[in-house]
Write a protein that binds this ligand. Structure first.
Ligand SMILES: [Zn+2]
Length: 218
């Protein structure tokens, strides 16, 4: 079985995502880029509709840039198209995690984006988290809308659905998901007691510069 180290690392992040309650049941999906000769868009992704606690490394599905499995007979996640669109648009990204966490999903249900209200969010995620245009799950339209709203940042909210996070590794993507979820909770609470206020503009700009430099984008 090829890519065994990456399978183990991806699965460890998947189990932690499940343990933290960022998804329910078999929802959500996680992928990492893999080295496949002459295919820069190949990635390894969680299978469709299999429970996370009992998931094994051999059940993860390696896909090429045409979304065809390159090994095994597993069925890839139904959101593979959005993972592929992100890898194509963002050469800096090595891993993608999609969760249905409660507060991030609540923002998308209320048609709200997450403004840059916490310093850490700007430094680590690159700013606020934009809300994508609506698209039916698993479609090209949703893939396009997700990539557009992601921009050069590390997270995007998907209306009536959940969120996507991107990073170098699956564990880093997990940290982004957990941070966005916590800041979404803070935002909703702050709105309930008088209104959330953005990070001051001068701090925002300095923090964006730190983010872009660390991400190798600036
Ligand atoms: Zn989903």
């Amino acid at each position: 079985m090829a890519h065994s180290a990456q399978r183990d690392e991806l699965l460890a992040a998947v189990h932690e995502m499940d343990r933290l309650g960022l998804v329910s049941g078999t929802s959500g999906n996680v992928s990492v880029r893999i080295d496949v000769p002459s295919d820069p868009d190949a990635f390894l992704i969680t299978p469709a509709a299999l429970p996370y606690p009992a998931m094994t490394p051999d059940q993860l599905v390696p896909l090429n840039g045409d979304l065809e499995p390159v090994e095994g007979d597993g069925v890839p996640s139904s959101e593979s198209l959005l993972h592929l669109a992100i890898y194509r648009a963002r050469p800096d990204v090595g891993a993608v995690m999609h969760t249905h966490s409660v507060y991030a999903t609540a923002l998308g249900v209320a048609n709200r984006s997450l403004p840059p209200i916490v310093d850490e969010l700007v430094v680590y995620v690159g700013g606020g988290v934009e809300l994508a245009e609506y698209g039916f799950p698993g479609t090209v339209e949703l893939a396009r809308a997700g990539v557009d709203a992601l921009g050069d940042r590390r997270a995007v909210l998907i209306p009536h659905h959940g969120m996507f996070a991107v990073a170098d590794t699956a564990f880093e993507a997990l940290r982004v998901c957990a941070l966005v979820e916590r800041v979404a909770q803070v935002f909703i609470n702050a709105e309930a007691i008088g209104g959330a206020i953005r990070v001051p503009r001068s701090s925002f700009e300095a923090e964006r510069r730190v983010y872009l430099k660390r991400a190798g984008l600036g």
